[in-house]
Design a protein around this ligand. Structure first.
Ligand code: PBG
Length: 347
């Protein structure tokens, strides 16, 4: 041998070393981590661009795209600039985009989103005209279109009127499907909304349009930046009479079970990172395509921590997104979708 040792010397030294060992080390977990090649071979989960859905904000009649201060790196797009981003998303091979309107035509019931030619209709049509295979998902809700910011018209006591809202949301679903939406995603947490949408779509001839139900959506404090971005902060009250209490887990399973019964094709848990246990339980219980929404506040935490020099954005983003895959998520809605797709491509 190059350093003058014979093979026998080396083997003898190793045997002596083993004899001196204090512990039985038959199993050494580090064997599986000893080189990049072995680590690649043993990697249990993957993260690919098609697992990622990019949420996008489209501001009505805006002339220039505006950065959103509370979510660094995210913009309110214009009805023109959205086309460019959608094309980028398609080229990057993303799983889809999710469109949110920033309306300047708000009223008590959010009627702009129920009209042909309204913002919801226009933004979906624009994007569908500009792309070919990219799944375009329409968020169905009224909070971006109501002047009080709640997810449907209010009763006299100031709470959202469930049964009127679900009738309206069925109409909203038809507007979205007719504009070309590939998937509709109701996020209002109204009882019976999935069933109302399914019937509405079927009656209008859209029986092949799938529903991605925001099935377990919590009344979360991590939506702060979104409400700023979408201009849907509440005039009064909170959303605790329709979104879930963050202390509850079993209730999420009941919500998901109902949505599946009502015809949901895919289910979602929202927010994501503080609810990994829920994602896991939903996936294990129902074996349905399960999505996680890595919401604005989670993403902003990462961005601001990176800006402060506390952590590396790219690496922490990939680790965060992989946690959803490990928890059983089929896909992840994340503001970091394009960044992650670039990182994956360059790795
Ligand atoms: C509206 C809606 C919200 C989000 C998505 N759809 C806000 C809310 O319920 O208040 C939040 C998304 C995010 O924070 O990134 N129904």
């Amino acid at each position: 041998m190059a350093d003058g040792k014979t093979l026998d010397n080396v083997i003898q030294a190793k045997q002596m070393g083993r004899a001196n060992m204090k512990h039985d080390m038959t199993t050494r977990m580090r064997r599986g981590r000893s080189s990049q090649g072995i680590r690649n071979l043993l990697r249990e989960n993957d993260l690919l661009p098609n697992h990622l859905i990019l949420p996008l904000f489209v501001e009505e009649n805006a002339t220039e795209r505006q950065p959103i201060a509370s979510i660094p790196g995210v913009y309110r797009e214009t009805e023109d600039s959205i086309v460019q981003i959608a094309k980028e998303a398609e080229e990057a091979g993303l799983g889809g985009i999710m469109l949110f309107g920033v309306s300047h035509n708000k009223d008590h019931s959010g009627s702009d989103s129920l009209k042909k030619g309204g913002l919801l209709d226009r933004m979906i049509s624009r994007v569908k005209d500009a792309t070919s295979d990219l799944p375009v998902i329409a968020d169905l809700c009224f909070c971006e279109y109501t002047d009080h910011g709640h997810c449907g018209p209010l009763t006299e006591t100031g709470t959202v009127d469930n049964d009127i809202t679900i009738e309206n949301i069925a109409k909203q679903a038809v507007i979205a499907a007719d504009a070309g939406a590939d998937i509709v995603a109701p996020s209002g947490m109204m009882d019976g909304q999935v069933s109302a949408i399914r019937s509405g779509l079927d009656e209008a001839g859209f029986e092949m349009t799938p529903i991605m139900a925001y099935a377990a959506k919590y009344a979360s404090h991590f939506y702060g930046p979104f409400r700023d971005a979408a201009g849907c902060s509440l005039q009064k009250g909170d959303r605790k009479t329709y979104q879930m209490d963050y202390a509850n887990g079993d209730e999420a399973l009941r919500e998901v079970a109902l949505d599946i019964e009502e015809g949901a094709d895919m289910v979602m848990v929202k927010p994501g990172m503080p609810y990994l246990d829920i994602i896991w339980r939903v996936r294990e219980t129902f074996a349905m395509p399960t999505f996680a929404y890595n919401v604005s506040g989670e993403f902003a935490m990462l961005k601001f921590a990176a800006e402060a020099g506390c952590l590396d954005y790219n690496n922490a983003l990939m680790e965060m997104l992989m946690s959803f895959r490990r928890a059983g998520a089929q896909g992840i809605l994340t503001y970091g979708a394009l960044d992650a797709a670039k990182i994956i491509k360059n790795s």
